[in-house]
Write a protein that binds this ligand. Structure first.
Ligand code: APR
Ligand code: PHB
Length: 389
């Protein structure tokens, strides 16, 4: 098979890029290792920045999101005593959309046939070849047969563990990494949220987050040591811990219910640079990971894909290779700022095992500063709704 762009991975990054390219009349094929149902089974964050909402709008795939999603004008930081409300609408004239990432992926998947975006699921042994030159190709196997896709460009949208980043020689790339000494235990339940907006809490027993998927489905998290086993956390224990960490007011309105999903995820900050090598461009989790504090993962994938689609459009429609050459610098400038925000919100809202009284005093001072400074709140709001692309 011959195509212009071979996209590896049908997560939100790969599907979004595929649709943006098809909208420009660019030929592409998406290769995905898993089945579509498996991809939809992954539970991820659900807060969309302006860039993500705009891309869905531009594609005309925003119908269900606009109907079922919830616009949030603000969110809250809780410091054990008070709720500090960050009023994004008032501070920066913008807001976020609460709509599950699974739903975005489903909307993108459902539109593939109609938009003529070919996705090959259950593609095994996907391997990238000759990425350094102008005629790369990708091989894979499916149902016992071997296939080869010749293309001009490869988009590596295959997440943190995919083969694309590995195809860049270690001598060319540099890794930046921070691993955090705790994980987030998440619980999803069909109960109304305890607050109409999100609450991120820093309590002496640890971090907690009250989030939601809809007015009838809640998503909550607490941080736990990485040594914890999910079997040791029956639902009641999670609810009890949430009630303490989120504070009396939230606890009072919190409705408990059986978990639909419950798991522990590690937290990591990671950046791989450069994000392009030869004819290979990396987008989304393939190039970077953020801790979930601030919900930047999907949104960062969306901004990468926006820059990548722009560059590939310039290449294929105007024979202009400059944007491809500049892609990495452009994408990384925004990636680093989102990395910084996610890292700083993680540092502010979690109790680290190595912290002493000084570090704790710094958190108290910073939260008090934020509570009393419009300038500090504006900076947080500006980052939370998403920096301009
Ligand atoms: N061959 C083909 N596909 C692969 C391979 C492979 N060897 N390895 C991984 N993939 C697929 C995965 O199965 C997955 O569907 O690549 C896809 C990558 O999707 P995500 O991990 O969701 O990454 P991305 O699309 O960059 O998403 C960015 O959304 O899913 C979240 O946590 C993620 O918040 C981040 C954002
Ligand atoms: C979620 O709803 O899953 C969520 C929301 C905000 C975050 C992280 C996760 O910062």
């Amino acid at each position: 098979m011959n195509t212009q762009v071979c996209i590896i991975g049908a997560g939100p990054a790969g599907l979004l890029l595929g649709h943006l390219l098809r909208a420009e009349g660019i030929e592409c094929v998406v290769l995905e290792r898993q089945t579509g149902d498996y991809v939809l089974g992954r539970i991820r964050a659900g807060v969309l920045e302006t860039i993500t909402v705009d891309l869905m709008e531009r594609l005309g795939l925003d119908g269900r999101m606009k109907e079922e999603g919830l616009w949030h004008d603000g969110f809250n930081l809780a410091d054990g005593e008070r709720l500090i409300r960050i009023d994004m609408a008032d501070l920066v004239g913008s807001r976020v959309m609460v709509y599950g990432q699974t739903e975005i992926t489903r909307d993108l998947m459902d539109a593939c046939e109609e938009r003529d975006l070919e996705v090959i699921y259950e593609a095994q042994d996907v391997t990238l070849h000759d990425v350094e030159g102008d005629a790369p190709y990708v091989t894979y196997s499916k149902d016992g047969a071997e296939y080869r896709i010749d293309c001009r460009m490869i988009a590596g949208c295959d997440g943190f563990y995919g083969p694309s980043r590995q195809a860049i020689p270690a001598s060319v790339g540099k890794e930046y990494e921070r691993v955090y000494p705790f994980g987030w235990l998440g619980i999803l339940a069909d109960v109304p949220p305890c607050n109409h907006e999100l609450i991120y809490a820093n309590h002496e027993r640890g971090f907690a987050l009250a989030s939601m998927r809809s007015t009838t489905r809640s998503r909550y998290y607490i941080d736990v040591p990485l040594t914890e086993k999910i079997e040791d956390w029956p639902d009641e224990r999670v609810w009890d811990e949430l009630a303490v960490r989120l504070g009396a007011e939230a606890a009072e309105s919190m409705v408990r219910g059986p978990s639909i999903e419950k798991s522990i995820a590690p937290l990591r900050s990671y950046v791989f640079a450069p994000m392009r090598h030869g004819s290979l461009m990396l987008c989304g989790d393939a190039a970077h990971i953020v801790p979930p504090t601030g919900a930047k993962g999907l949104n960062l994938a969306a901004s990468d894909v926006h820059y990548a689609a722009e560059a590939l459009t310039a290449l294929f429609k105007h024979a202009d290779n400059d944007a491809v050459v500049r892609y990495s610098d452009k994408a990384l400038a925004r990636v680093w700022k989102s990395e910084r925000f996610s890292w700083s919100l993680t540092n502010l809202m979690h109790r680290f095992p190595e912290d002493g009284p000084f570090e704790r005093a710094m958190q108290v001072a910073e939260l008090d500063y934020i509570a009393n400074s419009r300038a500090a709140q504006t900076s947080i709001a500006e980052n939370y709704v998403g920096l301009k692309v």
